[in-house]
Design a protein. Sequence first.
Length: 110
Amino acid sequence: MKKLHLALSTDDIAASVVDYSGRLGCEPEVVIEGAYALWRTATLNLSLRQVTGVAPGQLRHLGWEDDQAEAFTATVDVNGITWEHFAAHHQADEIKAAWPGTPDQARVSD
């Protein structure tokens, strides 16, 4: 199954977790304090990241979480938007690489 992946920037992870958890009706699967949060619902993969040089609320990239993806890939569309394509375990590996101390629950199953 494919889920839309939406990656946004924020300047306040804690406030964003409260706001988006209410909007989505669930808690994030992964929270890296002051840096990152990830929600995976039945239809949406949403990540919020605090990134220097990217204004809060800006689109970082789009993509597809796809159970059938054999590798992590990224392409750029005609409008200059980066589209990623990955399975859940690829995203978990990316999180672990960026934040090595991330607990094992960040290793989400496909």
